[in-house]
Design a protein around this ligand. Structure first.
Ligand code: GDP
Ligand code: IMO
Ligand code: MG
Length: 433
């Protein structure tokens, strides 16, 4: 049995799309288990660039069947647009992509509420992607959500959606926004949502049967550990369980069926949106990393905040997710630096701490304690053999391994599929057999 979960070990955008694309040929099913079209997973194949938002990155491999699990929130409009974009690039989703009957749908009032609440909070806001993600998960928890399986009972959906729009309108008006027109909103929603019907099925049954029959599942996480609703920098998080535990509930696959966990971490750190970020660089080096790393959001185009590698964060991700190995990405972005800093611990109110403290305000107060390593000042882009890395780059990788307590089994040296080191004898090379 081989079912591996891929998880962001920082604040998202670590390069999960690229890594999933590399692993996918060794799996028969690629499944998303949480999040929605707030994700933006970039895959570069030669001169072609794909940005997958809601559809698993495995769709780019003809032999992979893809699943959008029950833990995902699905915007019908975004799904149809993405499927259409893929079709135009020669990739057909019909017949090889399934959406769980239990996946909750994002409705227009979720987007309207997301925007209205962020507008009210202003600079204090979470800085969401405005995709309606939080409000959709709220509806799920409030037990008023509409699920993909409900699309086979349209009369019931009409009734429920009408009630929900009226309810949402009360909040929108109180926030000074205009109310949504019930009939137009309902019609627009249904015209998109009914197109989902052919994709909807009981994916838990499908996935579990496939596993029993010996097929391997790659579980593609979105966002990252520090954006997890429970374990992240609450309230500056997304509204789903991005960590390994969420993979089991988000797909209906028993925890004991998940046989391995791969964390993805950048060789430095980035974050989009608000919230504490101890190693953030607001200086020239930060601007340099942003430019050299092309750190602009794949979904919203927002510039990503940048900073040094934070070993406290990644060590925490190793613990929370039980990571067997890490794929270290964007090592090439550090090529030209004279010196590279790594945060090994924090100073918090005069004390040295090695774990993430409770609460956003405590993390905001933490001062990083740095160790400085020499830069390698050599072009590593495109290197595919670990032995070809400059000694100082290897020393950097080894030090990160020591600090986070997991092997860096894959090292990415460029955005392209081929620009990757797979180290022999470690977890990733085993999973690729
Ligand atoms: P994801 O959300 O975790 O899939 O990551 P994103 O796609 O949002 O952001 C990662 C960005 O880095 C994408 O533009 C990738 O093409 C790019 N990328 C991935 N790995 C590497 C790498 O090793 N080096 C460089 N220079 N770029 C990379
Ligand atoms: P991938 O999968 C980086 C951030 C948003 C915001 C917070 C909440 O590409 O790594 P939301 O719209 O989810 O309610 O926003 O989470 N965020 C991401 N940051 N990568 C992502 O996805 C993200 N998805 C959400 O910027 O701070
Ligand atoms: Mg992304």
């Amino acid at each position: 049995m081989k079912n591996i979960v891929v998880i962001g070990a920082q604040w998202g955008d670590e390069g999960k799309g690229k890594v999933v694309d590399i692993l996918a040929p060794h799996f028969q099913i690629v499944a998303r288990y949480q999040g929605g079209h707030n994700a933006g997973h970039t895959v570069r194949i030669g001169t072609r660039k794909f940005i997958l938002r809601l559809i698993p990155s495995g769709i780019l491999h003809d032999d992979c069947v893809c699943v959008i699990g029950n833990g995902v929130v699905v915007s019908p409009e975004a799904f149809n647009a993405e499927a259409q974009e893929l079709r135009e690039m020669g990739i057909e989703c019909a017949g090889r992509l399934f959406i769980s009957t239990r996946a909750h749908l994002i409705l227009p009032y979720h987007n309207a509420l997301d925007r209205a609440r962020e507008a009210r909070l202003g600079a204090q806001g979470v800085g969401t992607t405005m995709r309606g993600i939080g409000p959709a998960y709220e509806s799920k928890a409030a037990r008023t959500g509409i699920r993909a399986g409900d699309l086979f009972h349209l009369e019931l959906v009409r009734e429920k959606v009408k009630t929900n729009i009226e309810e949402a309108n009360r909040e929108l008006v109180a926030l000074g926004e205009s109310a949504l027109d019930v009939e137009t909103t309902l019609d627009t929603f249904l015209s998109e949502a009914t197109k989902l019907q052919p994709f909807v099925r009981d994916t838990a049954v499908f996935v579990n049967r496939s596993v029993r029959e010996g097929r391997a599942v790659l579980l593609e996480g979105a966002q990252g550990t520090m954006l997890d609703l429970d374990h992240g920098t609450y309230p500056f998080v997304t509204s789903s369980s991005a960590t390994a535990g969420g993979a089991a509930t988000g797909l209906g696959l028993p925890p004991k069926a998940i046989t391995g966990a791969l964390g993805i971490a950048k060789a430095y750190t980035t974050r989009v949106g608000g919230g504490p970020f101890p190693t953030e660089l607001l200086d020239e080096t930060g601007a340099y990393l942003q430019k050299r790393g092309n750190e602009y959001g794949a979904v919203t185009g927002r510039p990503r905040r940048t900073g040094w590698f934070d070993a406290v964060v990644v060590r925490y991700a190793v613990m929370i997710n039980g990571l067997d190995a890490i794929a270290l990405t964007k090592l090439d972005v550090l090529d030209e630096l004279d010196e590279i800093k790594v945060c090994t611990a924090y100073r918090y109110r005069g004390e040295v701490i090695e774990d993430i403290p409770y609460g956003g305000s405590a993390l905001a107060e933490c001062e990083p304690i740095y160790e400085t390593l020499p830069g390698w000042k050599t072009d590593t882009s495109g290197i595919t053999d670990y032995d070809d890395l400059p000694e100082k780059a290897k020393a950097y990788v080894r030090r990160l391994e020591e600090l986070v307590g997991a092997p860096m089994a894959m090292i990415s040296t460029g955005p392209e599929r081929s620009e990757t080191i797979i180290r022999n004898g470690l977890a990733v090379s085993r999973w690729m057999q």
